[in-house]
Design a protein around this ligand. Sequence first.
Ligand SMILES: NC(=O)c1ccc[n+]([C@@H]2O[C@H](COP(=O)([O-])OP(=O)(O)OC[C@H]3O[C@@H](n4cnc5c(N)ncnc54)[C@H](O)[C@@H]3O)[C@@H](O)[C@H]2O)c1
Length: 306
Amino acid sequence: RCYTIESTNNLYIHYGFMALYYCIEAMVLCIIRPSRKVVRGQTVLVTGAGSGIGQRLAVSFAKLGCQIVGLDISEAGMKETAKLIRELDTKVAFHPYKCDLSDRLNVNEVGDKVKSDVGDVDILINNAGIVTGKEILDCPDKMMVKTMEVNTMAHFWTIKAFLPAMMEKNSGHVVTIASGAGLLFGLPALLDYCASKFGAVGLSESLDLELWQQKKDGVHVTVVCPYYIDTGMFKGVHTPVIPILKADYAVEQMVDAILRNKRMLLLPFFSYIIYALKGIIPSKAMYVVGEAFGINTSMETFIGRK
Ligand SMILES: NC(=O)c1ccc[n+]([C@@H]2O[C@H](COP(=O)([O-])OP(=O)(O)OC[C@H]3O[C@@H](n4cnc5c(N)ncnc54)[C@H](O)[C@@H]3O)[C@@H](O)[C@H]2O)c1
């Protein structure tokens, strides 16, 4: 392309105005919050639907009148989710699929089965996650690989399975349940977990931009980065200053963010301040902040799940 100096200047003025417009739009949307979208009748797929956040998200969307597709390696967990959804008496369908998200071929196979049994998915929630909680030299290679496979790689395979139909209709939503440890800070004894979550955040951000460039503004992308939540995944962690989030509260906030098509949700609220600080203050100053809040040492008492 050949630009004259004048047309190049005009182009940059245009970009400047557009950037300013979106800043003002964001500020306005902070005050006048966008209304919640109606999801009744839609199909929501939740990975890791057999426990914790995933189970609560499945139940919450069932309450909103969505049919739920649950993917989990735990059949016992899915039975419990099925029972909770049945008890709602909303008559929405729950379709449980046993799936090992660390196995790409299994994810593809289950993805095809979901499409032929249930049809297209309107909201895809990549939620399943695992954590080993060991320092780098003690962490078994196998668990590091599995952590990357479940927490990051599986997202690629589910997105590849369900995004094409969303793009064709220019309607849908891809949600990533990442972590504050995938955006705000890396932590000792969580190297593979943090790497996997930073990866998931990067995937979500890039996907959002890809869709924006392709003018697929009907397909929304949300990434959620919470602090510790009391589901049992991080059983034993000790955080003397910042209280561990209650799972019901965290899920309520997540559902609200999805229904308002929010691009990023950080929990709790002051995480936004830490996020802003991270870009300004030096790393060592951030380490001291982490030390003061007991975050750096929070994993020392970690027990986690078996
Ligand atoms: N609990 C927290 O403190 C916390 C904080 C920040 C982010 N998160 C993230 O939220 C998400 C949900 O966490 P949670 O607290 O509900 O955890 P959880 O352990 O209660 O649930 C995880 C679910 O994933 C399933 N799963 C694990 N490995 C799988 C595999 N290979 N294939 C299929 N399913 C598999 C499990 O069976 C389980 O049902 C995770 O991605 C986690 O990293 C959790």
